[in-house]
Design a protein. Structure first.
Length: 78
């Protein structure tokens, strides 16, 4: 269903897949952080959250690049 919506909206499927992966990383990192907090390991939980944020940022760079390029192309050059 998401693929069909992306095709209808003329969105590249690579970006949709990347966004879904980012959402998955966020859920897994949050789940792992909560498990470690429940085990009394708050320091490890903070490291898990940081690792999740770094992975999300690394995966989002191509999408952010396209957004910035689109904005630059919309600005008049004259």
């Amino acid at each position: 269903m998401i693929e069909k919506l992306a095709v209808n909206a003329n969105v590249n499927l690579i970006y949709v897949e990347t966004i879904l992966k980012i959402i998955g990383i966020a859920y897994i990192a949050e789940f792992a952080a909560q498990l470690t907090k429940d085990a009394g390991q708050g320091a490890i939980a903070a490291k898990v959250e940081l690792a999740g944020k770094i992975l999300i940022l690394a995966m989002a760079v191509p999408i952010l690049t396209v957004i910035i390029e689109t904005i630059i192309n919309m600005i008049p050059q004259g």
